[in-house]
Design a binder for this molecule. Sequence first.
Ligand code: TXA
Ligand code: MG
Length: 314
Amino acid sequence: MALITDIDKAVQLLLEGALVALPTETVYGLGANALDTKAVAKVFKAKNRPSFDPLIVHVASIDQAREVADLNDAAIALLERFSPGPLTIVVPKKDVVPDLVTSGHPTVAVRIPDHPMTLEVIRRSGLSIAAPSANPFGFTSPTTAAHVQEQLGENIDAVLDGGPCGVGLESTIVDLCGKPKVLRLGGLALEELESVLGALEVQTSSSNPKAPGMLSSHYNPGAKIRLFDDFDDLRRNIDNVDNSNVGLLVMSSEMVGDNVFNLSPILNDVEAASRLFIGLRELRASGFKEIWTHYLPEEGLGRAINDRLKRAAN
Ligand code: TXA
Ligand code: MG
């Protein structure tokens, strides 16, 4: 596997049907030509991903989205307002999209990622790019090129290094077939979506067959996670144990220490989101058998962070 920064090289590889991990503002994606069934099949194999879990198709513009999907008024309104950005819409698919991409569903997930290098790759190649997060199925999504290399290096052709991901959480997914509903909380705050669509149903069920990325085994950071109601609850408990084996993932204006990863000393949800997966990785890499963490206030990106913590703790 090659670590590259050359956009034309990435374009060439994708046109040849190869797998190239691409930077986005949310997490790194494992990209392949969405209309090339053979290339898409390699994505599932490289990730060890079950074929019932459909992929997001990445495009560079609303016009390009129309090549793969039927866009209704809500879809256009959301794309105009929030794209490029951490939003994925689920809409009826066009026939050109292989069933493998959508796992046989008549719908397709579409997103315009906000990363200059990947937008340029899409434009220069002219391709729509199917890309799940670039991690083995069930593990934490990568937010740097090095994370991709560690987790999938053997199985893919190249990683386009676009630096660390700014948002750090996967995109928010909203289903626009019928009454809009949120299938995954993510990098675009629910409040933002609701400012356009009105109050939204959030389908949080972990057994939702429509979004298997929401299965509870996801976001496994490789250590036992204990999740407290809030920071004070965690602090009360940590005082009562021998905590030398416990890593602490907190959001606190005061807590520091060798075993502490502070998501945001200024208590900012956006900063916390951008550091969440890095924090889980660092604490695990430090060898802690247990990671103690706590829910954040249920607002802004705190909702999506809480969702990921809950799944990681399962
Ligand atoms: O931020 C992101 O969305 C990243 C970057 C790379 O774009 N991608 C990502 O992909 O998180 P992935 O495959 O890890 O998660 C995509 C989720 C899955 O849970 C899948 O089930 C859901 O999107 N999905 C894809 N197509 C769908 C469809 N047609 N209907 C419902 N859910 C769908
Ligand atoms: Mg994923």
